[in-house]
Design a protein around this ligand. Structure first.
Ligand code: NAD
Length: 477
């Protein structure tokens, strides 16, 4: 059984490598020749934990190769997985299917009898029907099937997700195709109970529905975080309290700077457009998208308020740039808009990310300065903003970090630290979804008894740092 995987990005490379590790003969194809050259030399172009090891094992077995020759690989394959990107179209936000179209045009003339064309890319409902029609119109006597097999892996734990998925969705009306794909996934060690066979169109929609729902959960908890700040409740406690309800579940209830990444924003947009086109408006998803856009703007406003309104000449250190921890994926990362707006408002932005700086550099404004460590980025900073929840940030020597800063303001957009933990170090701490946090520095000017009491307690403790912190914050107001 020969497999061709077209598109060697996060999804294609992980899928191809895992199939090859399981013993299938796989050719991963990409039009990006530099990427193919890198992979052929044994270098892995993306950061994805465990992926290098899977690729190395498959290469050692001789089951995995890389190529830019789509036609040759498709001509000899029994199964062709399409895993090219489907980014949002600039004109209207709908999925841009031009790469899919290019692939179909390239492979249609060379497909062999009995082959399966499996769409792994996230595509709007009805796309597989159109692929089927295109191939059929060019090869009237070809026996083939087009299957929808959307991918649900998460960047940062993609290998584990691929090998141990919650479910594998196979959308096809063909029993033969279903049988072949079931066998392939079961040979990866996936239990048959995890395989969900559906109608082809349902499979396409399942992917969008899943991402739309998860984006909704995030937008919901982010709005709730704002409410918590206004009514003096704590969003972490609220999230825990609702997440323990098995009907709701604890995942995707971490309030933060808004969702980003290569999937949620684009898939939510595409779902909204599909709804519009097909006469069933996705008004909840439209609201989620608007709420997420507002979130990104309001986060900046909060940072500005916490920093004393005027950002001109202030040095702001961003800790973390990628859209989430565990990946170098920068697509639609909240740090992009944040860095841009900070700079537009006169701030000097300094940044550190454990793995994402190379991919971040072309997307962030050119004046952003990059550093080799969190400590280096924080040196002389007026505010430290935790943008991505990298595990290494939990282990920072916060006292050391604070001493190197000009002003002890810690804006924690991921709630990695607790207020208690950092206020003992005389940091002014602004987490997400707690009132005292965001009112922190602004509240001093308002004469908030709560904040004043906290600062004077620090000062009374006699620690010089406490005094300096209290004085510098008060001076800034
Ligand atoms: P990606 O941008 O990382 O990779 C796509 C690759 O396809 C690129 O290397 C590109 O050079 C290549 N390509 C483009 N046109 C080509 C062509 N004509 N022939 C051969 N190669 C071509 O994309 P990705 O993140 O892997 O996503 C792929 C699809 O999977 C998308 O539809 C996405 O929505 C979906 N998906 C992504 C994730 C994720 O976590 N990234 C998860 C689930 C589903």
């Amino acid at each position: 059984m020969r497999i061709a995987v077209i598109g060697t990005g996060y999804v294609g490379l992980v899928s191809g490598a895992c199939f090859a590790q399981a013993g299938y003969r796989v050719t991963c194809i990409d039009t990006d020749r530099a990427k193919v050259a890198q992979l052929t030399e044994g270098r892995v172009p993306i950061f994805e934990p465990g992926l290098s090891e899977v690729i190395a094992e498959a290469r050692h077995k001789g089951t995995l190769e890389f190529s830019s020759n789509t036609k040759a690989a498709a001509a000899s394959a029994d199964i062709i997985f399409i895993a090219v990107g489907t980014p949002p179209r600039e004109s209207d936000g709908h999925a841009d299917l031009s790469d899919i179209g290019e692939v179909v045009t390239a492979i249609a003339p060379v497909l062999r009898d009995g082959c399966l064309v499996v769409v792994k890319s996230t595509v709007p409902v009805g796309t597989a029907d159109r692929i089927q029609d295109t191939i059929q119109s060019r090869r009237t006597d070809l026996d083939f099937d087009v299957i929808s097999n959307p991918e649900f892996l998460r960047a940062g734990c993609a290998v584990g997700d691929f090998k141990r998925p919650d479910r594998v969705v196979i959308g096809t009306e063909s029993k033969r195709a279903l049988g072949i794909l079931e066998t392939i996934y079961m040979n990866l060690g996936i239990d048959s109970t995890r395989i969900l066979a559906t109608q082809r169109r349902s499979a396409e929609l399942i992917k969008y529905a899943a991402n739309g729902f998860l984006a909704t959960k995030i937008a919901f908890i982010n709005e709730l975080a704002d409410l918590c700040e206004n009514v003096d409740a704590r969003v972490r406690e609220v999230a825990l309290g609702i997440g323990l309800d098995s009907r709701i579940g604890p995942q995707f209830l971490s309030a933060g700077p808004g969702f980003g990444g290569s999937c949620f924003p684009k898939d939510a947009k595409a779902l909204a457009r599909t709804g519009e086109e097909c006469g069933a408006r996705m008004s909840i998803i439209e609201t989620v998208l608007a709420s997420n856009d507002r979130r990104k703007r309001s986060i900046f406003e909060k940072i500005r308020r916490a920093s004393g309104e005027d950002l001109r000449g202030k040095r702001i250190a961003l800790l973390g740039l990628t859209f989430k921890a565990g990946t170098d994926d920068m697509r639609d990362a909240p740090s992009i808009a944040l860095a841009q707006t900070l700079i537009e408002n006169g701030a000097d932005v300094h940044a550190y990310d454990p793995v994402g700086m190379k991919r971040a550099a072309p997307l962030l404004p050119p004046s952003v300065r990059y550093h080799v460590s969190a400590l280096d980025a924080a040196r002389g900073a007026d505010a430290l903003v935790v943008t991505t929840e990298w595990e290494e940030f939990r282990h920072l020597d916060l006292l050391h970090l604070k001493r190197s800063m000009s002003r002890p303001l810690l804006v924690d957009l991921r709630n990695m630290f607790s207020e208690q933990q950092v206020s003992d170090l005389a940091f002014v701490y602004c987490g997400i979804g707690t009132r005292s946090a965001w009112r922190g520095s602004a509240a001093i000017a308002e004469g908030s008894r709560r904040t004043a009491r906290r600062l004077s307690k620090v000062a009374r403790s006699g620690r010089q740092e406490g005094l300096v912190a209290a004085q510098s914050i008060a001076a800034a107001e």
